[in-house]
Design a protein. Structure first.
Length: 316
């Protein structure tokens, strides 16, 4: 049991999530201020004493990604200079996670750059949810807790109304994750072979598995432009029936994705989590949001109390 007080602080990216985590823990949300100055610089201030305390800073790095990342780094520096005992970073949506390797020569491995920044600035621990490539954990030399929203999303689809469904992986890279979904929901597995033609466009080359007579539940770690929403033609050409559902952890949801939801009546719903805030302009009637706050609160409590969390980690 730690002798250092547990404190929860929030950046400006998603204060509602931090407040919910704080409420579950029964710990008041810490007081701090972040301002955008007229010249676009960011200024942060911790508004209370944090000396010798265990700090958990909740800051998801959604758009504007660079602003939220810099704010996170400045808070980390402020906590260090204020003599906090430890600073753990809760980053539900990790920035630059899709830039995790050199696909071509002379590219930056941006996810590694972010990992180096966080570690160099003095983070004691990093917690994230459903990162695009779990190998990013190896970019760090400090403890990393790679959580997954899969149990939360899978539980949603264990209802009798989805007994005739099949879990669909949008590409081969997500087949392992989809297999775990299939186990948790006791549903068959189908894999689409997706070929990316550019940063924003993809095409489906093959479908592996029997989708005939079943409604598709397509899973993925994030949805940005919504290219996967345009790929369900291949499923219905192979005998899928009923309306399709999507289970996605991170709702980046660019305008094109919302347009696809509007235009395709075959899509029943998009079930997402609140790792990223879904503002009113993105609250499409087909979108349902589940909260990861109870999971984060439980993990934070276990870490602070020095208890094992290995049984609670479900890697993608």
């Amino acid at each position: 049991m730690s002798v250092h007080p547990l404190r929860i602080f929030s950046g400006t990216a998603h204060p509602e999530l931090a407040a919910e985590v704080s409420q579950h823990l029964g710990v008041p949300l810490g007081k701090s201020t972040a301002r955008r100055l007229p010249d676009s610089e960011i200024h942060v201030m911790i508004d209370e004493v944090v000396r010798d305390q265990d700090i958990f800073l909740v800051q998801t790095c959604c758009a504007p990604v660079n602003d939220n990342l810099v704010e996170l780094l400045l808070y980390l520096d402020a906590f260090r200079r204020a003599s906090a005992h430890s600073v753990s970073l809760v980053i539900p949506y990790f920035p630059y996670a899709r830039q995790d390797r050199m696909a071509r020569g002379r590219e930056a491995i941006s996810a590694r750059v972010v990992a180096n920044l966080l570690e160099t600035m003095g983070a004691n621990r990093v917690i994230f949810i459903d990162i695009h490539n779990r190998a990013i954990q190896g970019f760090f030399n400090i403890p990393v807790d790679p959580l997954s929203a899969m149990p939360l999303l899978a539980a949603y689809f264990r209802k009798p109304e989805y007994a005739d469904a099949a879990i669909v992986s949008p590409d081969v890279g997500r087949a392992g994750l989809a297999g775990r979904y299939a186990e948790l929901t006791n549903l068959p597995l189908v894999v689409m072979h997706k070929r990316r033609t550019s940063f924003s466009t993809t095409e489906t080359a093959h479908v592996v598995g029997d989708i005939t007579g079943r409604r598709p539940i397509i899973i993925d770690d994030l949805m940005a432009g919504g290219s996967v929403l345009r790929q369900i033609d291949a499923l219905y050409e192979r005998g899928a029936q009923g309306k399709a559902c999507f289970a996605v952890t991170h709702p980046v949801l660019l305008p094109t994705a919302l347009s696809y939801l509007d235009e395709d009546d075959r899509i029943e719903k998009l079930v997402v989590t609140n790792t990223i805030p879904v503002p009113p302009e993105k609250r499409h009637p087909k979108i349902e949001v589940l909260s990861v706050a109870p999971m984060l609160a439980e993990i934070i409590q276990h870490i602070h109390q020095g208890r094992s969390i290995s049984a609670k980690l479900v890697l993608s």
